[in-house]
Design a binder for this molecule. Structure first.
Ligand code: NAG
Ligand code: NAG
Length: 343
Protein backbone atom coordinates (compact mmCIF):
# COMPACT_ATOMS: atom_id res chain seq x y z
CA UNK A 1 0.00 0.00 0.00
CA UNK A 2 1.17 3.46 -0.84
CA UNK A 3 0.82 4.52 2.79
CA UNK A 4 3.77 2.39 3.75
CA UNK A 5 6.05 3.48 0.97
CA UNK A 6 9.05 5.35 2.39
CA UNK A 7 8.77 7.92 -0.37
CA UNK A 8 5.19 8.62 0.55
CA UNK A 9 6.16 8.96 4.17
CA UNK A 10 8.90 11.45 3.41
CA UNK A 11 6.59 13.37 1.09
CA UNK A 12 3.84 13.46 3.67
CA UNK A 13 6.26 14.60 6.35
CA UNK A 14 7.72 17.33 4.17
CA UNK A 15 4.41 18.62 3.07
CA UNK A 16 2.83 18.41 6.47
CA UNK A 17 5.54 20.52 7.96
CA UNK A 18 5.53 22.72 4.89
CA UNK A 19 2.02 23.76 5.49
CA UNK A 20 2.50 24.30 9.19
CA UNK A 21 3.67 27.83 8.50
CA UNK A 22 0.19 28.81 7.47
CA UNK A 23 -1.15 27.99 10.92
CA UNK A 24 -1.49 31.33 12.64
CA UNK A 25 -1.90 34.09 10.11
CA UNK A 26 -2.78 34.08 8.70
CA UNK A 27 6.73 54.71 -25.49
CA UNK A 28 7.45 56.72 -27.79
CA UNK A 29 9.86 57.67 -30.57
CA UNK A 30 11.75 60.07 -28.27
CA UNK A 31 15.44 59.56 -27.87
CA UNK A 32 16.17 58.15 -24.40
CA UNK A 33 17.86 60.79 -22.27
CA UNK A 34 19.66 58.52 -19.85
CA UNK A 35 20.58 54.92 -19.38
CA UNK A 36 17.76 53.94 -17.06
CA UNK A 37 15.19 55.22 -19.50
CA UNK A 38 17.01 53.52 -22.35
CA UNK A 39 16.90 50.23 -20.49
CA UNK A 40 13.20 50.40 -19.88
CA UNK A 41 12.52 51.23 -23.53
CA UNK A 42 14.68 48.31 -24.54
CA UNK A 43 12.93 46.00 -22.12
CA UNK A 44 9.66 46.82 -23.83
CA UNK A 45 11.05 45.94 -27.28
CA UNK A 46 10.36 42.29 -27.82
CA UNK A 47 12.38 42.10 -31.02
CA UNK A 48 15.67 43.43 -29.64
CA UNK A 49 18.27 40.81 -28.86
CA UNK A 50 19.44 40.70 -25.24
CA UNK A 51 16.62 42.92 -24.01
CA UNK A 52 16.29 40.75 -20.89
CA UNK A 53 19.11 39.30 -18.81
CA UNK A 54 16.76 36.40 -17.96
CA UNK A 55 16.50 33.22 -19.98
CA UNK A 56 13.45 30.99 -20.00
CA UNK A 57 14.09 27.82 -18.07
CA UNK A 58 10.68 26.21 -17.76
CA UNK A 59 7.30 27.03 -19.26
CA UNK A 60 4.32 25.30 -17.71
CA UNK A 61 1.43 25.88 -20.08
CA UNK A 62 -1.22 24.23 -22.23
CA UNK A 63 -1.73 20.57 -23.02
CA UNK A 64 1.49 19.35 -21.40
CA UNK A 65 1.08 21.42 -18.22
CA UNK A 66 0.48 18.39 -16.02
CA UNK A 67 3.38 16.34 -17.34
CA UNK A 68 5.84 18.01 -15.00
CA UNK A 69 3.69 18.42 -11.88
CA UNK A 70 2.82 15.72 -9.36
CA UNK A 71 -0.61 15.39 -7.80
CA UNK A 72 -0.35 15.22 -4.01
CA UNK A 73 -3.09 12.95 -2.65
CA UNK A 74 -2.20 12.47 1.01
CA UNK A 75 -4.29 13.90 3.86
CA UNK A 76 -4.22 17.70 3.88
CA UNK A 77 -1.37 18.70 6.23
CA UNK A 78 -3.37 21.83 7.15
CA UNK A 79 -6.39 19.79 8.18
CA UNK A 80 -8.71 21.03 5.45
CA UNK A 81 -11.94 19.19 4.63
CA UNK A 82 -10.58 17.97 1.31
CA UNK A 83 -9.68 14.75 -0.44
CA UNK A 84 -6.74 15.68 -2.63
CA UNK A 85 -7.05 13.65 -5.84
CA UNK A 86 -4.44 11.65 -7.67
CA UNK A 87 -3.87 12.50 -11.34
CA UNK A 88 -6.13 9.81 -12.80
CA UNK A 89 -9.07 10.61 -10.51
CA UNK A 90 -8.54 14.36 -10.91
CA UNK A 91 -8.71 14.10 -14.69
CA UNK A 92 -11.56 11.56 -14.73
CA UNK A 93 -13.67 13.79 -12.44
CA UNK A 94 -12.77 16.87 -14.52
CA UNK A 95 -11.14 18.58 -11.57
CA UNK A 96 -7.88 19.10 -13.48
CA UNK A 97 -7.87 19.76 -17.22
CA UNK A 98 -6.67 22.07 -19.96
CA UNK A 99 -9.21 24.06 -21.97
CA UNK A 100 -8.47 26.76 -24.60
CA UNK A 101 -4.86 26.50 -23.49
CA UNK A 102 -5.81 27.39 -19.89
CA UNK A 103 -5.08 24.97 -17.05
CA UNK A 104 -8.05 24.54 -14.72
CA UNK A 105 -7.84 23.19 -11.15
CA UNK A 106 -11.29 22.84 -9.61
CA UNK A 107 -12.99 21.84 -6.39
CA UNK A 108 -15.90 19.39 -6.81
CA UNK A 109 -18.97 21.61 -7.37
CA UNK A 110 -21.44 18.81 -8.20
CA UNK A 111 -21.57 16.44 -5.20
CA UNK A 112 -23.87 17.01 -2.20
CA UNK A 113 -22.07 15.81 0.97
CA UNK A 114 -22.95 15.02 4.56
CA UNK A 115 -21.98 17.82 6.94
CA UNK A 116 -18.42 17.10 8.12
CA UNK A 117 -17.44 15.11 5.03
CA UNK A 118 -14.47 16.02 2.87
CA UNK A 119 -14.78 17.45 -0.64
CA UNK A 120 -12.58 16.52 -3.62
CA UNK A 121 -9.91 19.08 -4.47
CA UNK A 122 -6.45 19.40 -6.06
CA UNK A 123 -2.94 20.06 -4.87
CA UNK A 124 -0.09 19.90 -7.38
CA UNK A 125 3.64 20.45 -7.06
CA UNK A 126 6.48 20.67 -9.58
CA UNK A 127 8.73 17.68 -10.05
CA UNK A 128 11.63 20.09 -10.49
CA UNK A 129 13.05 22.08 -7.59
CA UNK A 130 14.43 25.62 -7.66
CA UNK A 131 16.93 27.49 -5.50
CA UNK A 132 16.60 30.89 -7.25
CA UNK A 133 14.92 32.35 -10.31
CA UNK A 134 12.37 34.73 -11.77
CA UNK A 135 8.92 33.18 -11.52
CA UNK A 136 5.98 34.54 -13.49
CA UNK A 137 2.47 33.22 -12.93
CA UNK A 138 -0.42 34.42 -15.08
CA UNK A 139 -3.80 33.62 -13.55
CA UNK A 140 -7.00 34.28 -15.45
CA UNK A 141 -9.01 33.32 -12.39
CA UNK A 142 -8.36 32.15 -8.85
CA UNK A 143 -10.54 30.29 -6.35
CA UNK A 144 -12.61 32.17 -3.79
CA UNK A 145 -15.66 31.75 -1.58
CA UNK A 146 -16.59 31.09 2.03
CA UNK A 147 -14.40 28.24 3.41
CA UNK A 148 -12.03 28.41 0.41
CA UNK A 149 -8.28 28.71 1.07
CA UNK A 150 -6.20 28.70 -2.14
CA UNK A 151 -2.46 29.26 -2.43
CA UNK A 152 0.30 29.65 -5.04
CA UNK A 153 3.51 29.05 -3.11
CA UNK A 154 6.77 27.14 -2.89
CA UNK A 155 8.44 25.13 -0.19
CA UNK A 156 11.86 23.60 0.50
CA UNK A 157 12.86 20.45 2.38
CA UNK A 158 12.60 19.89 6.13
CA UNK A 159 10.30 22.83 6.90
CA UNK A 160 11.10 25.46 7.90
CA UNK A 161 14.79 24.73 7.08
CA UNK A 162 14.32 25.05 3.31
CA UNK A 163 11.91 27.96 3.71
CA UNK A 164 8.48 28.73 2.34
CA UNK A 165 7.47 31.52 -0.06
CA UNK A 166 3.74 32.33 -0.24
CA UNK A 167 2.97 34.47 -3.29
CA UNK A 168 -0.81 34.31 -3.58
CA UNK A 169 -2.84 33.36 -0.57
CA UNK A 170 -5.98 34.30 1.31
CA UNK A 171 -9.32 32.95 2.53
CA UNK A 172 -13.07 33.32 1.98
CA UNK A 173 -14.22 36.40 0.07
CA UNK A 174 -11.31 38.64 1.11
CA UNK A 175 -10.24 41.12 -1.58
CA UNK A 176 -6.56 41.49 -0.66
CA UNK A 177 -3.63 39.16 -1.16
CA UNK A 178 -1.05 38.18 1.42
CA UNK A 179 2.70 37.65 0.73
CA UNK A 180 4.60 35.63 3.37
CA UNK A 181 7.95 33.98 4.06
CA UNK A 182 8.54 31.26 6.64
CA UNK A 183 12.08 30.36 7.77
CA UNK A 184 14.30 29.09 10.54
CA UNK A 185 15.80 31.68 12.94
CA UNK A 186 17.98 34.49 11.60
CA UNK A 187 15.67 35.94 9.00
CA UNK A 188 13.55 39.07 9.29
CA UNK A 189 12.53 42.15 7.36
CA UNK A 190 15.07 44.17 9.37
CA UNK A 191 14.81 47.92 8.92
CA UNK A 192 12.81 47.70 5.76
CA UNK A 193 11.22 50.98 4.90
CA UNK A 194 7.62 50.20 4.13
CA UNK A 195 7.73 52.74 1.29
CA UNK A 196 9.92 50.31 -0.65
CA UNK A 197 6.77 48.27 -1.22
CA UNK A 198 3.21 49.10 -2.13
CA UNK A 199 1.82 46.85 0.64
CA UNK A 200 1.40 46.97 4.41
CA UNK A 201 3.75 45.00 6.66
CA UNK A 202 1.81 42.52 8.78
CA UNK A 203 4.78 41.02 10.61
CA UNK A 204 8.57 41.52 10.33
CA UNK A 205 9.84 38.22 11.75
CA UNK A 206 10.18 35.45 9.16
CA UNK A 207 11.32 32.74 11.53
CA UNK A 208 8.92 30.32 13.10
CA UNK A 209 9.33 30.14 16.84
CA UNK A 210 7.32 27.92 19.14
CA UNK A 211 3.72 28.30 18.11
CA UNK A 212 4.33 31.60 16.31
CA UNK A 213 4.25 30.65 12.65
CA UNK A 214 3.01 33.95 11.27
CA UNK A 215 6.16 34.46 9.19
CA UNK A 216 7.12 37.84 7.75
CA UNK A 217 4.23 39.09 5.71
CA UNK A 218 2.71 41.88 3.69
CA UNK A 219 -0.92 42.55 2.92
CA UNK A 220 -1.49 43.98 -0.56
CA UNK A 221 -3.18 47.38 -0.32
CA UNK A 222 -5.00 46.87 -3.63
CA UNK A 223 -8.59 45.62 -3.18
CA UNK A 224 -8.41 43.78 -6.53
CA UNK A 225 -5.40 41.70 -5.59
CA UNK A 226 -7.30 38.56 -4.57
CA UNK A 227 -10.48 36.57 -5.11
CA UNK A 228 -13.63 37.83 -6.80
CA UNK A 229 -12.40 41.39 -7.52
CA UNK A 230 -9.18 39.93 -8.99
CA UNK A 231 -11.23 37.66 -11.26
CA UNK A 232 -13.65 40.39 -12.32
CA UNK A 233 -10.63 42.31 -13.65
CA UNK A 234 -9.63 39.20 -15.67
CA UNK A 235 -6.92 38.29 -13.18
CA UNK A 236 -3.32 39.24 -13.71
CA UNK A 237 0.30 38.34 -13.15
CA UNK A 238 2.26 37.63 -10.00
CA UNK A 239 6.01 37.81 -10.65
CA UNK A 240 8.68 37.13 -8.08
CA UNK A 241 12.42 37.46 -8.28
CA UNK A 242 14.35 35.24 -5.90
CA UNK A 243 18.12 35.82 -5.86
CA UNK A 244 20.88 36.63 -3.40
CA UNK A 245 19.66 40.20 -2.99
CA UNK A 246 16.30 39.06 -1.67
CA UNK A 247 12.83 38.09 -2.75
CA UNK A 248 10.68 40.70 -4.46
CA UNK A 249 7.11 40.21 -5.63
CA UNK A 250 5.25 42.28 -8.21
CA UNK A 251 1.54 42.06 -8.97
CA UNK A 252 0.15 43.36 -12.25
CA UNK A 253 -3.52 43.63 -13.09
CA UNK A 254 -4.48 42.29 -16.54
CA UNK A 255 -4.53 45.77 -18.08
CA UNK A 256 -1.10 46.70 -16.68
CA UNK A 257 1.10 43.70 -17.49
CA UNK A 258 4.47 45.00 -18.75
CA UNK A 259 5.15 44.27 -22.41
CA UNK A 260 8.43 42.54 -21.56
CA UNK A 261 6.48 39.97 -19.54
CA UNK A 262 4.01 39.37 -22.35
CA UNK A 263 6.84 39.05 -24.88
CA UNK A 264 8.64 36.55 -22.61
CA UNK A 265 11.69 38.81 -22.19
CA UNK A 266 11.09 39.92 -18.62
CA UNK A 267 13.27 42.54 -16.98
CA UNK A 268 12.24 43.42 -13.41
CA UNK A 269 14.50 46.52 -13.56
CA UNK A 270 11.64 48.32 -15.26
CA UNK A 271 8.76 47.15 -13.08
CA UNK A 272 8.84 49.77 -10.38
CA UNK A 273 8.02 49.36 -6.68
CA UNK A 274 7.29 45.74 -5.77
CA UNK A 275 4.14 44.71 -3.95
CA UNK A 276 6.30 42.87 -1.41
CA UNK A 277 10.02 43.15 -0.73
CA UNK A 278 12.04 40.77 1.41
CA UNK A 279 15.63 42.08 1.14
CA UNK A 280 18.73 40.06 2.08
CA UNK A 281 19.92 42.72 4.59
CA UNK A 282 18.53 40.84 7.56
CA UNK A 283 18.17 37.43 5.94
CA UNK A 284 20.74 35.29 4.16
CA UNK A 285 18.49 34.19 1.31
CA UNK A 286 20.57 31.25 0.03
CA UNK A 287 20.83 29.89 3.56
CA UNK A 288 17.10 30.08 4.27
CA UNK A 289 15.56 29.21 0.89
CA UNK A 290 16.57 26.26 -1.28
CA UNK A 291 15.31 23.34 -3.35
CA UNK A 292 11.75 24.60 -3.60
CA UNK A 293 8.91 22.79 -5.26
CA UNK A 294 6.29 25.13 -6.71
CA UNK A 295 2.83 24.34 -5.34
CA UNK A 296 -0.74 25.27 -6.27
CA UNK A 297 -3.61 24.03 -4.13
CA UNK A 298 -7.08 24.75 -2.88
CA UNK A 299 -8.12 23.53 0.52
CA UNK A 300 -11.33 24.14 2.49
CA UNK A 301 -11.66 25.20 6.14
CA UNK A 302 -8.58 23.80 7.94
CA UNK A 303 -6.07 25.74 9.98
CA UNK A 304 -6.58 29.12 8.27
CA UNK A 305 -10.09 29.18 6.73
CA UNK A 306 -11.66 27.28 9.68
CA UNK A 307 -11.04 29.67 12.59
CA UNK A 308 -11.66 32.76 10.42
CA UNK A 309 -14.93 31.53 8.92
CA UNK A 310 -17.41 33.40 11.16
CA UNK A 311 -15.37 36.59 11.48
CA UNK A 312 -15.24 36.77 7.67
CA UNK A 313 -19.02 37.02 7.71
CA UNK A 314 -19.63 33.57 6.26
CA UNK A 315 -23.02 32.02 7.16
CA UNK A 316 -23.44 28.83 9.25
CA UNK A 317 -20.40 26.68 9.90
CA UNK A 318 -17.45 25.86 7.67
CA UNK A 319 -18.50 22.17 7.66
CA UNK A 320 -21.99 23.14 6.48
CA UNK A 321 -20.46 25.20 3.69
CA UNK A 322 -18.37 22.26 2.52
CA UNK A 323 -21.46 20.02 2.27
CA UNK A 324 -23.06 22.26 -0.38
CA UNK A 325 -21.55 21.97 -3.88
CA UNK A 326 -22.98 25.32 -4.95
CA UNK A 327 -20.42 27.03 -2.74
CA UNK A 328 -17.63 25.82 -5.03
CA UNK A 329 -18.68 27.04 -8.45
CA UNK A 330 -16.07 29.80 -8.16
CA UNK A 331 -13.40 27.73 -6.41
CA UNK A 332 -11.32 27.32 -9.56
CA UNK A 333 -7.83 28.17 -10.70
CA UNK A 334 -7.61 29.17 -14.39
CA UNK A 335 -3.88 29.29 -15.06
CA UNK A 336 -2.66 30.82 -18.31
CA UNK A 337 0.95 29.85 -17.65
CA UNK A 338 3.72 29.64 -15.12
CA UNK A 339 7.15 30.55 -16.45
CA UNK A 340 10.50 30.22 -14.69
CA UNK A 341 13.48 32.28 -15.85
CA UNK A 342 17.07 32.47 -14.66
CA UNK A 343 19.99 34.77 -15.46
C1 NAG B 1 13.38 46.77 -31.51
O1 NAG B 1 14.74 46.42 -31.57
C2 NAG B 1 15.17 46.08 -32.87
C3 NAG B 1 16.61 45.58 -32.80
O2 NAG B 1 17.34 46.27 -31.82
C4 NAG B 1 15.01 47.32 -33.81
O3 NAG B 1 15.44 46.99 -35.14
C5 NAG B 1 13.54 47.72 -33.85
O4 NAG B 1 13.36 48.91 -34.62
C6 NAG B 1 13.03 47.95 -32.39
N1 NAG B 1 11.57 48.15 -32.43
C7 NAG B 1 10.97 49.11 -31.74
C8 NAG B 1 9.48 49.15 -31.84
O5 NAG B 1 11.57 49.93 -31.06
C1 NAG C 1 -12.99 28.26 -23.31
O1 NAG C 1 -13.73 28.98 -24.31
C2 NAG C 1 -15.17 28.86 -24.16
C3 NAG C 1 -15.82 29.56 -25.34
O2 NAG C 1 -15.35 30.91 -25.42
C4 NAG C 1 -15.59 29.47 -22.80
O3 NAG C 1 -16.98 29.30 -22.63
C5 NAG C 1 -14.84 28.75 -21.66
O4 NAG C 1 -15.14 29.36 -20.45
C6 NAG C 1 -13.33 28.80 -21.90
N1 NAG C 1 -12.67 28.02 -20.87
C7 NAG C 1 -11.67 28.49 -20.13
C8 NAG C 1 -11.13 27.56 -19.14
O5 NAG C 1 -11.22 29.63 -20.23
Amino acid sequence: MIMFSPLFFVLALLTSTGFAGKLNHRGSGLRPKHLRHARSIQARNNTGPGASPYKLQDMYQGEDFFNRWDFFNGPDPTHGLVNFQNKDDAQRKKLAYVENGTTVLAVDDFTQLQVGAKRDSIRIQTQKTYSRGLFIADFDKMPHGCSVWPAWWSVGPNWPAGGEIDILEGVHEGPTNQYTLHTTSGCSLGNLNEKSTSSHILNAECASSGTDNRGCAFSDSNPQSYGHPFNVAYGGVFAHLWDNTGIKVWRFSRDAIPQDITSKQPNPAGWGTPAANFPSDSCNIAEHFFEHQLVIDTTLCGDFAGPTFASAGCPGTCEQAVANPQNYVFAKWNINYIAVYDN
